[in-house]
Ligand binder design. Structure first.
Ligand code: NDP
Length: 410
C-alpha cells in the first residue's frame, strides 16, 4: 500500500519499526535512516529475521535539509515518520515540501538553544502543505497523540460540551536505576524543568516548576503524587475544542527522581548553553579547549532509556479526565490505557514509554496510507476522525478503558 521512511533509530523508532513491520500489508516498503547507520542496520536485522521483512537502511543527518532531500528524492517515501528529536522537525518538514512527501511526528519543534516548545513554528507551514496537497500529522505519540485522540473521541461520543480537561500521566514502573529518564534525557529534562502552565478561561496561567501537585488515583496502581506541567497538546486542544474552560496536564514523579533533578539543576548540569572545557587531546599530545553543553554531556553518562527495558517492572497509566455537559446534565468521563513495561519489552525489546509512543506513531502513518487520515495541510491528531484510531489502539497493543460518571478527583 505504501512506502515509509522512519527517521531515527532510538527507543520510539524501534517500537514504531516493529509495529510497522507487523503491519506489512500496509507498509509495503520500509527504510530506517538515522545519524548512526549501525543502529539502523542492527534494528533492520532484528526486524527482517523476526517478521520476514526486507527493511533497508541509510545514514542521514536530519539537521541537513540537503541530505534529507537527497535521501527522499532517491527513496520517494509516501510518508516520513519523524522519530528523531524535536530539533529536526522543521528541517524534515522542509525536505518533505521539497520532495513531495507527507510528514508525521510525535513532538513539536524546539530550538536547540532555547528550552521552549510551541506549535507556532510548525503551524506556519500550513499553507505550504495545503498548496502542495501534502498531509502533515503533528503529535502522534501518546501524549500528545493518544490523549488528543481520546479528547476528540470524548467530544464526538460523550459530550455536547466539554468544560474541564485533565490529562493524567503516571509511570508506576521501576527500572532499578538510581536515576534515569524514560525517553531522550536531554529532551525530557528540558521539558520538566520548565515552568508549569495551564489554561483557564481563555488565558494561560504560569506556575513555578512542580509548584502545583496532589495525589491522584490511577487504575490498578493506586495513589501517586502528580505534578502540573506544561505540555504541548494543551495548546492545540483548547483551540480545537473551544468549549474547554480549563485544561491541565499532570505527571507523576517519585521523590527520589525529584531530588536527583534538583541536584542536577543546582550543580548546573541541566544548562543548555555552551561552556568551555579543557580536555586532553585524544592523541595524548596535551590539552585543548572544547565547547560542551552540560545537559548533552549528562545525557552521555546517564543510563540509555533504550536499555531500561529488561529489568523494568510495573506499568504506565495515561488518560484523560473530562467533565462537561450532555443532554443538559453534567457528566464525567475517564478514558485511559495501562501499559506493562515487561510486555512492551517482550514484544519489542523496549520499555513501556517508548512503546506507548511508537505504537500510535505507526497507527497514524497506517491511517494515512489507508487514506483515512489524509488531509492536505498541517494538522494536530485531534483534527482527524478518532474512531478508526481508537479501534487500532485496541488491536495494536494499547487497549483503552472507560469510566463514566466516576469521581475525577480534579
Ligand atoms: P532517542 O534519543 O532514543 O532517539 C532519537 C534518535 O534520533 C536516535 O536514533 C538519534 O540518533 C536520532 N537523531 C538525533 N539527531 C539526529 C540527526 N540530526 N539526524 C538523524 N538522526 C538523529 O529518543 P526517543 O526515541 O526516546 O524519542 C524520540 C522522539 O519521541 C523525541 O522527539 C521525543 O520527544 C518523542 N517522544 C514523544 C512522546 C509522546 O508521547 N508524544 C513520548 C516520548 C518521546 P543517534 O542514535 O545517532 O543519537
Amino acid at each position: 500500500m505504501g512506502k515509509v521512511l522512519i527517521i531515527g533509530a532510538g527507543g520510539v523508532a524501534t517500537v514504531a519499526a516493529h509495529k510497522v513491520a507487523q503491519n506489512k500489508d500496509v507498509f509495503t516498503e520500509i527504510k530506517i535512516a538515522s545519524r548512526t547507520k549501525s543502529k539502523c542496520d542492527a534494528l533492520a536485522e532484528v526486524l527482517n529475521k523476526k517478521y520476514g521483512t526486507n527493511v533497508t537502511t541509510a545514514r542521514v543527518d536530519a539537521d541537513s535539509v540537503e541530505e534529507l532531500v537527497a535521501l527522499m528524492s532517491e527513496y520517494k517515501p509516501d510518508i516520513v515518520m519523524n522519530l528523531a528529536l524535536p530539533y529536526q522537525d522543521l528541517t524534515i518538514m522542509d525536505a518533505c515540501l521539497a520532495t513531495g512527501c507527507n510528514y508525521m511526528d510525535t513532538a513539536n519543534y524546539e530550538p536547540k538553544d532555547e528550552a521552549h516548545f510551541e506549535y507556532s513554528w510548525q503551524w506556519a507551514y500550513r499553507e505550504r502543505f495545503e498548496q502542495a496537497g501534502l498531509t502533515a500529522i503533528l503529535g502522534c505519540g501518546f501524549d500528545p497523540g493518544v490523549t488528543s485522540v481520546y479528547t476528540a473521541y470524548a467530544a464526538k461520543h460523550h459530550f455536547d460540551e466539554m468544560h474541564y480537561l485533565d490529562i493524567v500521566d503516571c509511570n508506576a514502573g521501576n527500572h532499578h536505576k538510581a536515576f534515569a529518564t524514560n525517553f531522550n534525557p536531554e529532551i525530557n529534562i528540558r521539558e520538566i524543568t520548565q515552568k508549569g502552565l495551564y489554561y483557564e478561561n481563555g488565558k494561560y496561567i504560569e506556575t513555578e516548576p512542580m509548584e502545583i501537585h496532589q495525589p491522584l488515583n490511577y487504575p490498578n496502581i493506586g495513589p501517586k503524587e502528580s505534578y502540573l506541567l506544561h505540555h504541548e497538546e494543551i495548546e492545540s486542544l483548547v483551540i480545537n475544542f473551544p468549549t474547554i474552560k480549563r485544561a491541565r496536564f499532570w505527571m507523576t514523579f517519585g521523590q527520589q527522581y525529584l531530588t536527583y533533578l534538583d541536584v542536577i539543576q543546582n550543580i548546573g548540569m541541566s544548562r543548555i548553553d555552551e561552556i568551555c572545557y579543557k580536555a586532553p587531546k585524544a592523541d595524548g599530545t596535551g590539552d585543548e579547549v572544547v565547547k560542551i553543553v552540560p545537559l548533552q554531556f549528562l545525557k552521555a553518562v546517564l543510563p540509555n532509556p533504550q536499555e531500561l527495558g529488561e529489568n523494568y517492572e510495573g506499568e504506565t497509566s495515561i488518560g484523560c479526565r473530562i467533565r462537561g455537559i450532555r443532554g443538559g446534565e453534567e457528566h464525567t468521563y475517564y478514558v485511559y490505557n495501562n501499559c506493562s513495561h515487561q510486555a512492551a519489552y517482550e514484544e519489542t525489546g523496549m520499555q513501556g514509554v517508548s512503546y506507548t509512543t511508537g505504537v500510535p506513531a505507526m497507527i497514524g502513518a497506517k491511517l494515512f496510507l489507508k487514506g483515512i487520515w489524509k488531509k492536505a495541510g498541517v494538522h494536530n491528531v485531534e483534527e482527524f476522525d478518532p474512531d478508526p484510531f481508537m479501534q487500532e489502539l485496541n488491536e495494536q497493543g494499547l487497549p483503552w478503558h472507560e469510566i463514566h460518571d466516576g469521581d475525577l478527583e480534579l
